[in-house]
Design a protein around this ligand. Sequence first.
Ligand code: NDP
Length: 489
Amino acid sequence: MTVTTFETKTYQNFINNEWTVSSSAETIESINPATKEVVGLVQKSTEEDLNRAVEAAHTAKKAWRRIGQAARGQFLFKAANILEENLDHIAETMTREMGKTLPEAKGETARGIAILRYYAGEGMRKEGDVIPSSDKDALMFTKRTPLGVVGVITPWNFPVAIPIWKFAPALVYGNTIVWKPATEGAVTAAKVAECFVEAGLPEGVFNFITGSGSLIGQGLIDHPLLNAITFTGSENVGQNVAKSAAARGIKFQLEMGGKNPVIVTKDANIDQAVEAVISGGFRSSGQKCTASSRVIVEEAVYDEFKEKLVEAAEKITVGNGLQEGIWMGPCASESQFNTVTESIEKGRQEGATLIHGGEVLTGSEYDNGFFVTPAIFEDVTTDMAIAQEEIFGPVVALIKAADLEEAIDMANDTKYGLSASIFTSNISSLLEFVDEIEVGLVRINAESAGVELQAPFGGMKASSSGSREQGEAAKEFFTAIKTVFIKGS
Ligand code: NDP
């Protein structure tokens, strides 16, 4: 399958090895945030469709477990190759659907392929450990076993990489899945699903269903045949997932928001810090859970840092991410745009000073999209909403700190704990930061966004349910351990 032209079409659910329309006979439009054109239509699924998807995954789980890990890995290798053949088309769809620039979308799709190959390789790696028994005539070992049917609920901001880093390990470790993507990324998701379908997974192993979060997402979480749920998205929905899963005693994994700080110390390489804040704060229009949103700068270098940051932000080109030369695309949807503009207004009202950007772009091609220029605030105190609430947009708040200790206290003064950076050339400062900062991803002289696929990813406090995704850590969530003791008869 190699698609070269872009067409607006209607995508179906994939349930029990069949592309199928919803019993509602209704569809939902997905809109391009740069042009307001329809990118495609997806099924507005019903409870009946959802039941069929979960039942198919339930029926398939025994056979999928039995074919073995190595054979399962082979399906992922195939899916990776098919995704690679379609990289350009999928990336273009992503840019059209959620606005990130084409180079970023290509980078994300390439990452999805690399994740698939990493987990395909897991098919050939060990499933357990041999543990010495105190009985010399016995053999004791652990063996990983799948959980069963895993519900996968994913957001729109990384419509390729996040789903794949959830369902690639789920599948290779022997689970069957029902995937409900974000509606705002559902066309891109359908194209990823097509690659998996072409890889020829057995009946019922991979199920894809679109529809509203409150009906299909909630219905999936509450479904009695579900054995585990993995979710990335907002904190409100995540808390609801936790309640429902805990009440039924099923395993759950939540990755939610962040209010990620960057500390710039007096001995930092200021140019390096500026580059990282520009990239971490504004790439993908700030719509990353690891985006840099608070920059806490030691007084001694505050003015120099601020001037250089504003100078760099002035060079950012905003527009349709399909066009060459555009560095930052639109907000992904009207609701994201509203959140961003309201947050900017709230920042002003609270007494912060907008020193750059934050303007809604209008005129000619901008009138049809959700474009805001990258915003930088100063005079921000840690109690303000712009220093506490996740905006998920191109808004960076500058906060002045007297010294490193105050900077770390300010960095920790939030309910979130996903990722944090420090820029320093002082080893004592960086060691203090590593020890004191309350986050899952600690970055030294590097932007707050970004993690390698072979390393654990996840947060602390309200950012996460505590488990980790990616790399070997995924095995902990997607499997259960059996301890086996064998004695000769
Ligand atoms: P949501 O949490 O609403 O959406 C994430 C996923 O959950 C989507 O697939 C959504 O489906 C689904 N969903 C929505 N409601 C329910 C429900 N009641 N039960 C089960 N699933 C549900 O996030 P939004 O897309 O609305 O974004 C809102 C905010 O969340 C952002 O501004 C940002 O702050 C945060 N966010 C954080 C992300 C991260 O990476 N940590 C990613 C995305 C958002 P549907 O799309 O159909 O509503």
